[in-house]
Design a protein around this ligand. Structure first.
Ligand code: NAD
Length: 298
């Protein structure tokens, strides 16, 4: 038996699982791609042959997958977590998915006596590596208490926000703020560059004032240096805004800025940029202005 099963070893899951190993937990891991599994096995984890095999060997099972369909396949599907998990196991889904899917998966777990927490994260790859993610959880307080010490090894802020699904509602709120912030930053830097200013000087001038933000500090230097290596991919952010807009529509909530940001992300995906970092939102605004945000030539 391992302390923790970890399924999904991508940009986020790989460093998160490494931090659990470093903290002294024993891990059994699985991904549909063998490459990252081999890296974790080299670092000391055991290899589970399937999601069910991972669940049969661990008391806590963490999933870190792209979106709802992958989470449903990995947990509810054939050879999935629920085929291997025993009653009393806790499944912690840390993927960013629709709150409705979290509730569906949570109910299926509960029917088998398995506890479920949704616990999506914010902070991206750098904070996944540092173990300083912001983790926003949904579930029963007594279940959350069982997994909180584990979550604290991956994040510097771990908050129970409500019942199952509440973690992903909070994450959608987070993603709306991040997308609209990047778009506003893009418009601001495009304007300043077109006016002949050095965008780095503008960034340094405003970052200590009210416009300063974690988004600005993380993304403006990437834009100015033309480094759009993900980080957080445009196609994943489009997925989050789609989930936000679907949830909003179900509640008859109007989200005009989110809707516009999603349209920009779709256009960028059609332009072959879906796998770039979401800071590349700025390239859409640049095209409309006929200018590129970068330091002026000396
Ligand atoms: P990723 O695409 O890099 O990793 C996903 C991993 O899941 C891949 O290794 C893939 O092979 C694996 N996978 C897919 N289906 C599977 C299945 N059925 N069984 C087992 N493994 C399977 O994505 P990521 O960037 O690590 O993001 C994961 C989640 O975290 C997403 O929901 C994303 O929105 C969220 N997130 C990402 C970031 C970021 O900056 N990358 C930040 C916060 C939240």
């Amino acid at each position: 038996m391992a302390d923790i099963g970890f399924i999904g070893l991508g940009i986020m899951g790989k460093p998160m699982s490494r931090n659990l190993l470093k903290a002294g937990y024993s891990l059994v891991v699985y991904d549909i791609f063998p490459g990252p599994v081999a890296e974790l096995v080299d670092a000391g984890a055991a290899h589970g042959a399937s999601c069910a095999a991972v669940a049969s060997q661990a008391e806590i099972v963490i999933t870190m997958l792209p979106d709802g369909p992958e989470v449903e396949t990995a947990i509810l599907g054939a050879g999935g977590v629920l085929e291997g998990a025993r009653p009393g196991t806790v499944v912690v889904d840390m993927s960013s998915i629709s709150p409705t899917v979290s509730q569906k998966v949570g109910a299926a777990c509960e029917a088998k006596g398995v506890d479920f927490i949704d616990a999506p994260v914010s902070g991206g790859e750098p904070k996944a590596i540092d173990g300083t993610l912001a983790i926003m959880a949904g579930g029963k307080p007594e279940v959350f208490a069982r997994v909180e010490p584990v979550l604290q090894k991956m994040g510097s802020s771990v908050t129970l926000t409500g019942a199952v699904g509440a973690g992903n509602v909070t994450k959608l709120a987070n993603q709306i703020m991040v997308a609209c912030n990047i778009a506003a930053m893009g418009e601001a830097l495009v304007l300043a560059t077109k006016a002949g200013l050095d965008p780095e000087v503008v960034f340094n001038a405003v970052k200590g004032g009210l416009a300063g933000s974690t988004v600005l500090n993380a993304k403006a230097p990437m834009v100015i240096s033309r480094n759009f290596k993900p980080g957080f991919r445009i196609n994943l952010h489009e997925k989050d805004l789609r989930n936000a807009l679907q949830a909003a529509e179900a509640m008859k909530v109007s989200l005009p800025f989110t809707s516009m940001a999603q349209q920009i992300l779709i256009a960028l995906m059609n332009d072959g940029k879906g796998n770039l970092d979401h800071s590349a939102i700025v390239t859409f605004i640049e095209q409309m202005a006929g200018v590129e945000v970068k330091k002026p030539q000396a």
